[in-house]
Ligand binder design. Structure first.
Ligand code: TRP
Length: 342
């Protein structure tokens, strides 16, 4: 038979971001930009994982607003709702349903070892709830429901994707081949964009007022101010050289500049040879403004057209619902739930 590549099934990518706070430059460079690049090659599902947001207390009105804004930014960043499935997690009930089943195949010890759980429970000592603990199980359900092959995420989520594989593998071991085993893919540059004020910490999106975080919705003057105030290192040489061990702040700015311009670290070192941080920092700011401006403007246009965003949401939920039902019924059958008579 003749080889017909057009009919070959594409591999599947799935990813998501929590709508807590606004998307940042870190979300864009560390995740969304990478997703858009893989869209050609993969069948794609991108989720606004609002159910993951309530492990900490959030204002309901703010959660709704952030979820819709995030969907608009997904599109503005280049994810085409015609070409990929964009949807809100809470619109598709199979996520919560599969999550319960998978929780019964996930060990207490495994969940206790998750770095993010340890960090978050240290930070929220007065609210270490069950959802915070089983968060990675819901994430595993997100991924496994779509027969996902690859999960493009930042470095900090690698451990959760590995746990997802372990859960899938364990389930397959008991019930026979049910889930595909997904793997994380990390972006080359920009996997870990750090805070501009505390380069030891990841750029956070949970606090919109954090001066170390550049938000996708920040206007140019705010972006420039944040970069001019970015922490560089108090070493004596004051030159632009890539040394992530000893010059964390500069290395982070170089990563950002590399990611937005496509230049290599050695090209950047040459460009700013003898020029010092006072020239370098605003140059990074300008380059970032150039990339974020069209995204911000497009998101603004989209957010003014609520009818369109609602239609994207509805169509995405329908596609996701259809895809996820298939796997969920397979799982329900395998574990022995009595089919509902119709
Ligand atoms: N846990 C991810 C984060 O904090 C968000 C997330 C939830 C996710 N479900 C997912 C990422 C599924 C990839 C795939 O960033």
């Amino acid at each position: 038979m003749e080889h017909t590549p057009a009919l070959e099934k594409k591999l599947i990518q799935f990813s998501g971001i929590k709508p807590t706070g606004s998307l940042t430059l870190g979300s864009y460079l560390g995740a969304i930009k990478n997703w858009t690049e893989l869209c050609e090659e993969y069948e794609s599902f991108f989720c606004v994982v609002d159910m993951h947001s309530i492990t900490i207390r959030v204002d309901p009105a703010l959660l709704r607003r952030n979820a819709m804004e995030q969907l608009a930014y997904y599109i503005a960043c280049g994810l085409d709702p015609e070409a990929c499935t964009l949807f809100i997690q809470s619109h598709v009930p199979a996520h919560a349903e599969l999550s319960w089943v998978l929780g019964c195949y996930t060990m207490f010890g495994e969940l206790s070892r998750m770095t993010q759980f340890k960090e978050k429970s240290a930070k929220n000592a007065d609210n270490i709830n069950g959802g915070l603990f089983t968060y990675p199980v819901l994430m595993a359900a997100d991924i496994l429901l779509y027969d996902t092959d690859v999960v493009p995420v930042g470095e900090d989520q690698r451990q959760h994707v590995e746990l997802c594989r372990d859960i899938a593998n364990r389930f397959n071991g008991v019930y026979g081949e049910t889930f595909k085993l997904p793997r994380a893919i990390l972006p080359k540059v920009g996997a870990r964009i750090m805070s501009l004020t505390e380069p030891d910490h990841k750029m956070s999106k949970s606090d919109d007022r954090d001066p170390g975080s550049v938000l996708l919705k920040d206007p140019d003057d705010v972006i420039m101010r944040k970069f001019k105030r970015a922490v560089t290192d108090c070493d004596s040489e004051r030159c632009v050289r890539y040394d992530p061990e000893n010059k964390k702040g500069v290395a982070n700015l170089m990563s950002i500049y590399a990611a937005v311009t496509g230049k290599s670290f050695s090209e950047i070192e040459r460009e700013f040879d003898g020029k010092g941080y006072g020239v370098f920092k605003p140059a990074v700011g300008e380059a970032v403004c150039g990339v974020l401006r069209p995204i911000r403007e497009e998101a603004g246009r989209l957010l003014a057209d609520r009818t369109y965003l609602d239609s994207v949401c509805a169509a995405g939920a329908e596609k996701a619902e259809r895809a996820s039902r298939r796997i969920l019924s397979k799982v329900y059958k395998k574990v022995g739930f009595l089919p509902r008579p119709r």
